[in-house]
Design a protein around this ligand. Structure first.
Ligand code: FAD
Ligand code: NAI
Length: 466
């Protein structure tokens, strides 16, 4: 009889866990995955990336029609209205299709899905609903949950003070939505509800939205969203929120301290960040401690300090992004199989799926300057023929290169299709490209991507169309 039930047991079937399970099975390892949700796919497929993009896409089309943008292109719609139940139904459909797809892939790769919550009872054993399951290797991929805000109690079922999950499922367009936190979730979900008719106010603790991004990008994004109708209360903290009658009354005060004021809202969205899921995992039973941010520390191979126990995704340090979790899932399975799995954490792209999209990879201008002398090239989307023709003038591409070696250190983009454009920048940087390499690479015309070539030419001071 085999010493263990499985070669690999994965806890959590999000983008980190399900990808790790598939890769492990592909490599010939007997694999199981424990997941407590009704469906596979984790936060990303069930209540994150996918449902938010379903609503972002639909609301984008609605706004194009209702704002007269389509009419300007000769597409006249005489009678149009919002069918929110249909918009929500296509969100549910998108989730169902993709989570079902993971179940199919598990079956195809002969991965056992063990339903329930896993808790360690030893380094090679977890308990799932009273049953012990053993494995030679256990990968922790339990993801993250919304960070709570003291004084602001989330009640998704009530539909008044919600987190991102409740914010995706509203059955009525709020008259006034207050978003607490001007980060990625606040701006994406705020965009959805603003487009279909809500007034949206963003309350942000810091003096600018989108922390962590390039300073110039944050400023420009702020300006563009303001033009679209977003209202901001920057450098402001929320000290409480109470449901009162049909709405919510928030108490806010300057972040630096000062006089409090109240804001009335129909719906409050709490989006102040996420924290790793480690509660109830029984980590104390195997001697794994958490760092100050509540994360599990691993080495470069994703091994924890306990032999045979590995960790990936939102539960370990680094950006909380699905593609980072997926790449770590592949790498950890390869490391377990004795291959060399590597993730280059310096080049994880980030994309905000607003309109226009915002994307970046590598160093911000501020961080690059701290490391040494740099050159910066910028090109506005207004001067890009495709963006101009499509009536998408907002945004720019910015390339930051080392002043001596010309090596590209960072690329930042605001453009309608920035999320697609950034892939070329990541690939170029993976290959150690200089800005000159990008400038002398032929880009198809007319495409938004030509703005990347022009920004690279601008690093040398010689863009053509400016
Ligand atoms: P998760 O996806 O969180 O999966 C962990 C799974 O583990 C969960 O299903 C959970 O039920 C399960 N689990 C936890 N504990 C246990 C246990 N003890 N036993 C059994 N199962 C357990 N990222 C992007 O890159 N692009 C986006 O567009 C994007 N949009 C997002 C939109 C929203 C609204 C949100 C909330 C997040 C978004 N993210 C996005 C972030 C992305 O969802 C996460 O980074 C990603 O899901 C992390 O993957 P993971 O595998 O680490 O964990
Ligand atoms: P976030 O970290 O992006 O933004 C949180 C914001 O809230 C920050 O601007 C922060 O300064 C502010 N904040 C914190 N405490 C506050 C307070 N008390 N009052 C007011 N403001 C406060 O977190 P968010 O938006 O909740 O997203 C969580 C994670 O999900 C992110 O790490 C992100 O990576 C991931 N995600 C990724 C998406 C994408 O890739 N497109 C989409 C949505 C989420």
């Amino acid at each position: 009889m085999a010493e263990f039930d499985y070669d690999v047991l994965v806890i959590g079937a999000g983008p980190g866990g399900y990808v790790a399970a598939i890769r492990a099975a592909q490599l010939g390892l007997k694999t199981a995955c424990v997941e407590s949700r009704e469906t596979l796919g984790g936060t990303c497929l069930n209540v994150g990336c996918i449902p938010s993009k379903a609503l972002l896409h639909a609301s984008e089309l609605y706004e194009e029609a209702v704002s007269g943008k389509l009419a300007k292109l000769g597409v006249k719609i005489d009678k149009m209205s919002l069918d929110l139940p249909a918009m929500q139904a296509q969100r549910v459909d998108a989730v169902k299709g993709l989570t079902g797809g993971i179940e199919f892939l598990f079956k195809k790769n002969k991965i056992d899905w063990i339903k329930g919550l896993a808790s360690f009872t030893g380094p090679n054993t977890v308990d799932v609903a009273g049953k012990a399951v053993t494995a030679k290797n256990i990968i922790i991929a339990t993801g993250s949950s919304v960070t709570p805000l003291p004084g602001v109690e989330v009640d998704n079922a009530g539909g008044k003070i919600v987190d991102s999950t409740g914010g995706l499922e509203l059955d009525k367009v709020p008259g006034h939505m207050v978003v607490i936190g001007g980060g990625v979730i606040g701006l994406e979900l705020g965009s959805v509800w603003r487009r279909v008719g809500a007034k949206v106010t963003v309350v942000e603790y810091l003096d600018q939205i989108l922390p962590g991004m390039d300073g110039e990008i944050r400023k420009e994004a702020n300006k563009i969203f303001k033009k679209q109708g977003f209202e901001y209360k920057l450098s402001t903290k929320v000290t409480g929120a109470k449901v009162k009658g049909k709405g919510v009354v928030l108490t806010v005060e300057p972040a630096a301290g000062g006089e409090a004021e109240t804001i009335e809202a129909d719906v409050v969205l709490v989006s102040i960040g996420r924290r790793p899921n480690t509660e109830g995992l029984g980590l104390d039973k195997i001697g794994i401690e958490l760092n100050q941010r509540g994360q599990i520390e691993t080495d470069h191979d994703f091994a924890t300090k306990v032999s045979g126990v590995w960790a990936i995704g939102d539960v370990i340090p680094g950006p909380m992004l699905a593609h980072k979790a997926e790449d770590e899932g592949i790498a950890v399975a390869e490391n377990i199989a004795g291959l060399t799995g590597i993730v280059n954490h310096d080049l994880i792209p980030g994309v905000v799926y607003t309109w226009p999209e915002i994307a970046g990879v590598g160093l911000t201008e501020e961080a690059a300057k701290e490391k040494g002398a740099i050159k910066v090239g910028k090109f506005p989307m207004m001067a890009n023929s495709r963006a101009k023709t499509n009536h998408e003038p907002d945004g720019f591409v910015k390339i930051i290169a080392d002043a001596d070696t010309d090596k590209v250190l960072g690329v930042w983009i605001i453009a309608s299709v920035a999320g697609t454009m950034i892939a070329q920048a990541v690939q170029a940087m993976e290959f150690g490209a200089s800005s000159e390499d990008i400038a002398y690479t032929c880009h198809a015309h007319p495409t938004h991507s030509e703005a990347i070539k022009e920004a690279a030419m601008a690093v040398m001071g010689k863009p053509i169309h400016m």
